[in-house]
Design a protein around this ligand. Structure first.
Ligand SMILES: Cc1cc2nc3c(=O)[nH]c(=O)nc-3n(C[C@H](O)[C@H](O)[C@H](O)COP(=O)(O)OP(=O)(O)OC[C@H]3O[C@@H](n4cnc5c(N)ncnc54)[C@H](O)[C@@H]3O)c2cc1C
Length: 444
């Protein structure tokens, strides 16, 4: 068995017989809790019912009209705690595998090349979207469906945000992402890659350059660091996963192949990193987390996979410092912790045990301890109100910021969240933007 056998990866999708058989297990609840379990408004109750009646096109339409990234969500959503977590069949047997049914249906739409979208009748109104992650893409699609002209500005050379440059390719293949993007291209959305919106007031300037509304969706790309200084052998999760995704492996292989690696953090991103370190041929991989196993924010199936893959869990240990020689990493100084009183997150706080420090000899470290808004972000939208963490403040019903004509969504308003949360925000703001553009049309 190789390491990859232990991780979920991109399981093969259902074939038609498996999908129908799984749909046939559905209890056809009157007010399906699975549909209420999706933050993005996906309606498994309806698409599963349609599939049972062999109305495959109708089932696909239900998914795609709600969610332009239905393929990506079918493999990335933590369904066990969303739609499948609400499934009534759980009490009798096991939950319906909604994610895999959705994946089958979306893949059918690509195989059959079914087109669900046409650009609506052209209307006066131009919208700039900043950032091509799930929030930006979902907003762009909804606004374009209304017949408005949409331009997406993306600082990187390709579209997709975390879906392209964060999530490892064995969890989301480029093929799925590209197929999802086809629908956006059909809608006539214009993508300007390698085009960062930057400099003083650059977002507000878009409103002076002929755009009637702006949607900010730049995500969180500034890694939180243990130490700011450059040490050879220390990587941020953002840079590491991005290099993996872009196959820039020359700079990584010497630190990982046959080497001992520590990943700091207990979330899903940390698990992506341990998995990718194993993929690069690391010998021993340690996951360093300052709280306990049950407090880890990563999904349960992810942590169990990591355990089965032989990852060494260094729980109740927190990093204190790096041990270096000539700016090259030699080890990591850890302190043992014990759990104290509950903190604001509702979890018991890790408290360092005095005198418990020890050194783990290590060749490479990946810091996966979170990310935040880039330092310069308030500078390129200075009139927009942000909170103490530099997250943009919006009206949750509309995505409207404190500046007229500027809307926002995704991680930049939520902090680190889910793909489906970003998709929901994009749709919420798109509805408000279309309403706003109509008022502009009337007053012209
Ligand atoms: C490694 C990793 C794995 C994850 N796995 C999952 C998962 O399995 N399931 C799940 O539901 N969620 C997952 N998430 C979370 C999810 O990916 C994010 O919540 C989601 O991508 C946020 O979408 P967004 O559109 O707000 O931002 P992003 O996806 O971050 O996209 C923002 C885009 O804006 C661009 N940008 C930034 N600044 C500018 C600028 N000034 N001008 C132009 N463009 C700019 C960026 O280059 C980027 O392309 C994961 C996150 C990470 C980091």
């Amino acid at each position: 068995m190789v390491y990859s056998d232990h991780f979920k990866g991109m399981e093969k999708g259902f074939d038609v017989h498996q999908a129908v058989a799984e749909a046939n297990r559905c209890l056809l609840c009157h007010d399906p809790p699975c549909s209420r379990g999706c933050p993005g408004g996906t309606d498994p109750g309806t698409f599963i019912r349609k599939l049972r009646l062999r109305n495959i096109t109708g089932a696909i339409r239900t998914i795609k009209q709600n969610n332009i990234l239905g393929g990506s969500c079918s493999v990335l959503c933590p369904t066990a705690r969303l739609c499948e977590g609400e499934c009534c069949a759980t009490d009798i047997d096991r939950p319906i595998q909604i994610g895999r049914i959705q994946r089958f249906l979306v893949e059918q739409s690509w195989i059959q090349d079914v087109k669900f979208f046409e650009k609506g009748e052209a209307r006066a109104g131009k919208v700039a979207v900043v950032g091509s992650g799930p929030a930006g893409l979902s907003c762009a699609a909804e606004v374009a469906k209304g017949g408005y002209q949409v331009t997406v500005f993306e600082s990187r050379s390709e579209v997709g945000g975390v879906l392209r440059y964060g999530v490892p390719s064995h969890r989301l293949s480029t093929t799925i992402l590209e197929n999802d993007l086809r629908s956006l291209r059909e809608l006539g959305v214009e993508f300007r890659c390698d085009s960062p919106v930057q400099g003083d007031g650059a977002a507000e300037d878009l409103l002076n350059q002929g755009f009637d509304a702006v949607f900010l969706a730049p995500g969180l790309w500034k890694p939180i660091r243990l130490k700011e200084e450059d040490i050879e052998g220390v990587f941020t999760a953002t840079d590491f996963l991005s290099s993996m995704r872009e196959k820039k492996l020359d700079g990584l292989a010497p630190f990982f192949s046959g080497k001992d690696v520590a990943v700091i953090g207990g979330g899903s991103v940390a698990i992506d990193c341990v998995e990718s370190a194993l993929e690069l041929g690391a010998r021993d991989v340690y996951l360093v987390y300052r709280r306990s196993f049950t407090q880890m924010p990563a999904e349960e199936d992810e942590t169990l996979s990591a355990l089965r893959a032989g990852i060494h869990f260094l729980l109740l240990n927190q990093p204190v410092d790096y041990v270096t020689e000539n700016d090259t990493l030699k080890g990591i100084r850890l302190a043992r912790t014990q759990l104290g009183e509950k903190d604001a997150s509702g979890r018991r706080r890790p408290v360092e045990i005095p005198g418990s420090e020890w050194v783990l000899a290590i060749d490479a470290v990946i810091e996966a301890i979170g990310s935040r808004a880039a330092n310069d972000s308030p500078q390129w939208y200075p009139s927009v109100k942000v909170n103490s963490k530099n997250l943009v403040e919006v009206d949750r019903e509309t995505g409207a910021t404190s500046t007229k004509g500027i809307f926002a969504g995704g991680d930049i308003i939520n902090g680190p969240a889910l793909v489906i949360d970003a998709i929901r925000d994009g749709k919420v703001a798109a509805t408000a933007i279309k309403g706003y553009l109509e008022t502009l049309e009337v007053s012209k």
